[in-house]
Design a protein around this ligand. Structure first.
Ligand code: FE
Ligand code: FE
Ligand code: ZN
Length: 277
């Protein structure tokens, strides 16, 4: 089995998200650690955090996949942007300790003209200055579509980042199906082959979570436009094969499809249906 859920809003607090996901029928969820515009994060009230932690245990949830801000770019050429990104990373990682043992996922970054090698160095440096031995969170690098100067659209680039980080046991990867497809990996035609490649380059033990999205564009388009399950180029049969793939079991799968609440509920139930059949 896999854990299935979607992105939720943190507006009403942390326990509220857990309750909402129970209502939706899911068993994991994601939320943005910060408001994408202001960069502010929702205050964590200890009693609220504790209530969520209890609920997650009681209901048998899979790991949560908190998502860092899109504006956080650890390898921007602009030093102010880079410093702001580093500040967000540090505070986010610190705050995650209120939810012990969960995942924190972020976009590795865009090198904005400095080149991939320089970008990789800067990302690794930021991680080396942030991760600490006692931390209980695993930090996930998200696979990217390769839009613009994005880093992380090949498994090799992610491996290079991991190799440069001292506390690499605190690192994992979040496998975004839309991004991987847009980056040029044919997960519709050959999911076995793509996962074998992932295993060789990074290791499947690092594949901690999945962002479960169809794509509005063909394989290799580098566009990053998510689509509802079965409505895009990956297609429903392939999405089902991915969700049921033996190498991906026991992971949290997060829907980031363009949906309203009812759309997410329907997709969650579609996936639950696959698991029962
Ligand atoms: Fe993302
Ligand atoms: Fe994603
Ligand atoms: Zn995306």
């Amino acid at each position: 089995m896999i854990y299935i859920g979607c992105h939720l809003s943190v507006t009403n607090g942390y326990e509220a998200m857990g309750k909402t996901m129970c209502d939706f029928g899911g068993s994991t969820f994601a939320y943005f650690t910060r408001n994408p515009r202001g960069g502010k994060s929702k205050e964590i009230i200890p009693a609220d955090a504790a209530a969520l932690n209890t609920l997650l245990k009681e209901k048998g949830f899979g790991k949560l996949v908190a998502h860092g801000s899109y504006t956080m770019n650890l390898c921007a050429s602009n030093s102010t942007t880079r410093a702001n990104g580093f500040d967000m990373l540090q505070k986010d990682v610190e705050r995650m300790e209120s939810f012990p043992g969960q995942y924190y996922n972020f976009h590795p970054g865009a090198h904005t003209g400095q080149g991939t090698e320089k970008g990789i160095e800067l990302i690794a440096e930021a991680l080396n200055d942030t991760l600490f031995p006692e931390m209980q969170t695993t930090v996930l690098l998200e696979t990217m579509a390769g839009k613009g100067t994005e880093i992380g659209s090949s498994f090799e680039e992610l491996r290079e980042i991991i190799d440069r980080v001292q506390l690499s046991e605190k690192l994992g990867v979040c496998f975004d199906t839309c991004h991987v497809w847009d980056a040029g990996y044919d997960i519709a035609g050959d999911i076995d082959g793509v996962l074998t490649q992932f295993d060789k380059v990074i290791g499947l033990d690092r594949l901690c979570a999945v962002h479960f999205n169809d794509s509005k564009n063909p394989c290799g388009s580098h566009k990053d436009r998510h689509e509802k399950l079965g409505k895009g180029y990956i297609g429903m049969e392939a999405m089902k094969r991915i969700a049921l793939h033996p190498s991906l079991q026991n992971r949290p799968f997060i829907l980031e499809t363009p949906n309203d609440d009812q759309g997410y509920i329907d997709e969650i139930h579609t996936v639950l249906g696959w698991m029962e059949s």
